[in-house]
Design a protein around this ligand. Structure first.
Ligand code: HEM
Length: 459
């Protein structure tokens, strides 16, 4: 049992938790998710005090909206996030702040406008079909590492749509480099907690540094290839190349372009891949929901191939993906730091206070969800979703820093599920529920393996 000195509830829903630095470090190194303070699944607000530092955990949807939307200009991302992601992603869209963030966001936004997303569907469906062909070749009964399979699929998609497929990037090496880079994340958080410099040695640091060198080198090579042979397409990189700072007219340097290609490749495939892996795991344990999803796909496609015009007509498939992201949000935590004091509900937020939205806990919060642990895609029917506060479900974040790829991710997830589950069933191998582990994203602590079965009428 973890040691903590005090948990004090007050009449206005605020719970204050004092924790010893040692207890916090042990929990953090075990898994940053298990280091969340007690109370986050029951209370609307939890103020945690560790070694003189204050972290306010927000679980009241109205206060989350107040903080991330109304007070967006009073907040910046925390040093922790910059420490973990900065070396790999530089000053790209995810990690930049202020004016540098704003002009990059404006430059990238047209690529993700709802009206344009449909143009990406052929590439999304082609990648899903390629995975289906690989699976058919593996044969009935093969056991798949489902996280690896979904990663290959979403990687193909991001490379095809961002770089017109011409990046020459090796998916296997990129996947290994992301794994190695993120593996010691908990140590980086722990060093931050102790106020130690980022060069302090820790287990996994050398592998992470080698992974970062490979990843950054591959991104710079992608930029050089693009400069040497402009694709002339309207893929994302063309848009970034064409975007100019509205105030100065300045365009992106090669380093800035590499930061953003790195950002879009990293943020734009691993999250969706994890969301899909958890979805396929949940469906393997919920055959009735899986059957309903397959019936929807067959009704809409008439049993033929999934075409772009079908994807927007699969509301149950989408609801399944959303319910999986409720239970296993691929980005399980959002953190900010207050630049200046302001009032949030019953709390005076002082400059320097960290604000944390533990999305993982919000999505399983007992005041917000009935039977929060139960997998029930029906929660995302328009009637039931419309009855909830918009900010009780926020896998893509909120406010101006909301995920720019939210529509893209949902579209590709629905397309991939429709193609793969139309042709295959994935059976659970049994055993205990896989444990999630937070490594910036929420990954299965050990690989999830599922058994492949061709469907009747399939290959
Ligand atoms: C299921 C899949 C995804 C999830 C759950 C997810 C989640 C998130 C979340 C929670 C944030 C906000 C982080 C914060 O406020 O601190 C974010 C930001 C971001 N995401 Fe996603 N994401 C997904 C897919 C994608 C895709 C497909 C792309 C690109 C193609 C993408 C690119 C980005 C970028 C560039 C940002 C930074 C935006 C900014 O700060 O302006 N994400 N994502």
């Amino acid at each position: 049992m973890e040691r903590q000195s005090a948990v004090v509830p007050s009449g206005d829903g605020l719970v204050t938790v004092d924790r010893s630095l040692a207890a916090m470090l042990v929990a953090m190194l075990r898994d940053p998710l298990s280091a969340l303070p007690p109370g986050v699944f029951d209370a609307p607000l939890v103020m945690e005090r560790v070694a003189g530092r204050r972290r306010l955990h927000l679980l009241d949807p109205a206060l989350i909206q107040d903080a991330l939307v109304r007070h967006a200009d009073d907040l910046v991302k925390t040093d922790d996030i910059r420490r973990v992601l900065g070396p790999a992603l530089g000053e790209g869209l995810l990690t930049a702040e202020g004016a540098h963030w704003r002009w990059q966001r404006r430059g990238a936004a047209p690529a993700f406008a709802a009206a344009r997303l449909g143009a990406f569907l052929p590439a999304m469906l082609a990648a899903a079909e390629a995975t289906a062909s690989r699976w058919a070749a593996r044969g009935d009964g093969a056991v798949l590492d489902i996280g690896h399979e979904t990663t290959v699929t979403t990687f193909d998609i991001i490379v095809a749509t961002m770089l017109s497929g011409g990046a020459g990037l090796d998916v296997g090496r990129v996947e290994r480099s992301v794994d190695d880079y993120l593996a010691p994340t908990a140590w980086v958080f722990a060093l931050g907690l102790l106020g130690l410099p980022s060069w302090t040695p820790y287990p996994g640091r050398r592998r992470a540094a080698a992974a970062k060198r490979f990843f950054r080198g591959a991104m710079r090579a992608a930029v050089a290839r693009r400069r040497a042979a402009p694709a002339g397409d309207d893929d994302l990189v063309s848009l970034l190349l064409a975007s100019a700072d509205p105030d100065t007219g300045r365009r992106m340097t090669d380093d800035e372009l590499a930061d953003n290609i790195a950002t879009f490749i990293a943020a734009g495939h691993e999250t969706t891949a994890n969301g899909l892996a958890w979805t396929l795991h949940l469906l393997s344990r919920h055959p009735a929901e899986e059957e309903r999803l397959v019936a929807e796909v067959r009704r809409v496609t008439g049993g033929g191939p999934v075409r772009p015009e079908h994807v927007g007509r699969l509301p149950y498939t989408r609801a399944v993906f959303e319910e999986a992201m409720r239970l296993y949000p691929p980005a399980p935590l959002i953190a900010r730091q207050a630049l200046r004091p302001f009032t949030l509900g019953p709390v005076r937020v002082e400059a320097g206070t960290a604000l944390v939205v533990p999305i993982h806990a919000l999505h399983r919060h007992r005041l917000l969800w009935e039977e929060p642990e139960r997998f029930d895609p029906g929660r995302f029917s328009p009637e039931r979703a419309g009855a909830r506060h918009r900010y009780s479900f926020m896998p893509f974040g909120a406010g101006p820093r909301i995920c720019i790829g939210a529509g893209f991710a949902t579209l590709e997830a629905v397309a991939i599920l429709a193609v793969l589950l139309g042709r295959f069933r994935l059976d659970s191998l049994g055993g205990p529920e896989p444990r999630p582990a937070m490594r910036v994203t929420l990954r299965p602590a050990t690989p999830i393996r599922l058994r492949l079965r061709a469907r009747d009428g399939g290959p």
